[in-house]
Design a protein around this ligand. Sequence first.
Ligand SMILES: [Zn+2]
Ligand SMILES: [Zn+2]
Length: 175
Amino acid sequence: MFFNVAGLLRSEMGATRGFSISGETLHTLDGSIVDINGPVRLLRTDSTILVSAKLTARADAECSRCTEPAGVELSFGIEEEFRSVNTDLRMRRGTREEQAGEDWFTIASDNLLDLSEPIRQAAISAMPIAPICDAACAGLCPKCSANQNSTSCACAERTTDRRWRSLEALLAHGE
Ligand SMILES: [Zn+2]
Ligand SMILES: [Zn+2]
């Protein structure tokens, strides 16, 4: 997801550009983030280009109850600074002080600002911790692991897994 910012880098501080992202896809280690949409605003600050975006997307996840695929809707914002390798915007103003702990992305020598990495990071952190395929997902049988959405297994309702017995004893003891 590249945006040419050559013009914006030459502009005065405070100049802005607006773009929109529509139907883009990004790949992650776990799968894909698809249908990325939303407006992007670029602002030329004194030494960087500040990118603000409000995006929505969809991602593939695994249902935390039944382990079947679960599509999740993502909604996230981005606010990141980009610094050009070509133009030291700050040097042009005659001040070169660097602030410790500053964090920014880099605009390569072709003046193309690449939003892929910030979007990937924001989308991943917007992922739900426990995605579910459906609010009514019945999950897997704790005894035989049958998917209870599609199968009704023969396991008795009130049998207690041996592994839980000691825990139940502990809980009873604590009362
Ligand atoms: Zn499920
Ligand atoms: Zn079962």
